[in-house]
Design a protein. Structure first.
Length: 72
C-alpha cells in the first residue's frame, strides 16, 4: 500500500516505443493510476499493449531496466 510518487515520462515513453508505438497502432499504454493517487499492493498501475508477445516482452524488459513509476 502506498501512492504513486513519480512517473518518469521519458522512461515510460521508451517502454511504449519498445512495444512498438507509435508506428504500430496496436501498441500503447493505459495508466490506471496517476501521480499522487493511492495504490494497493497487487493493484495494476498500467497495461502495456503490443502487437506481438516479443514486442510486449521487450517493452516490459525495458520497464524493468529503466523503472519509470515510483511507488512509495
Amino acid at each position: 500500500t502506498g501512492y504513486i510518487a513519480n512517473i518518469d515520462c521519458i522512461s515510460v515513453r521508451k517502454m511504449v516505443r519498445a512495444a512498438g508505438a507509435p508506428k504500430d497502432k496496436d501498441a500503447g499504454l493505459f495508466l490506471y493510476k496517476h501521480e499522487g493517487e493511492s495504490v494497493l499492493e497487487g493493484e495494476p498501475i498500467f497495461t502495456l499493449y503490443a502487437h506481438s508477445k516479443e514486442k510486449l516482452r521487450f517493452g516490459l524488459s525495458m520497464f524493468k531496466r529503466l523503472g519509470g513509476i515510483e511507488v512509495r
